[in-house]
Unconditional design. Structure first.
Length: 87
């Protein structure tokens, strides 16, 4: 009886972790929304070799935050690079 409850708990955790709720986004020009739920831990100016001078905004997501990243402004991705984190 214990194994089914453990599996059920794991299933509930996965559904909660990977949920993607509908967002009501405000509309308007010259507006940038956060791309993810979480806590902003750093905002700094960087000189990136690919894009030049830019601002880096780091957002920490804990296990209770929605783990879905959104595109906060109109535009098109021209490149995507993965940078391995600590976890």
């Amino acid at each position: 009886m214990t194994i089914p409850w453990i599996l059920f708990g794991l299933l509930v955790f996965c559904f909660n972790f990977f949920r993607d709720p509908v967002r009501n986004m405000p509309e308007g020009e010259n507006m940038i929304l956060a791309p993810a739920d979480g806590k902003i831990v750093k905002i700094t100016d960087v000189n990136d070799p690919d894009v030049g001078v830019a601002q880096l905004v780091s957002i920490f997501l804990n296990v209770f935050n929605v783990h879905a990243n959104r595109m906060p402004i109109d535009g098109t991705f021209t490149d995507i690079k993965y940078k391995k984190g600590k976890f």
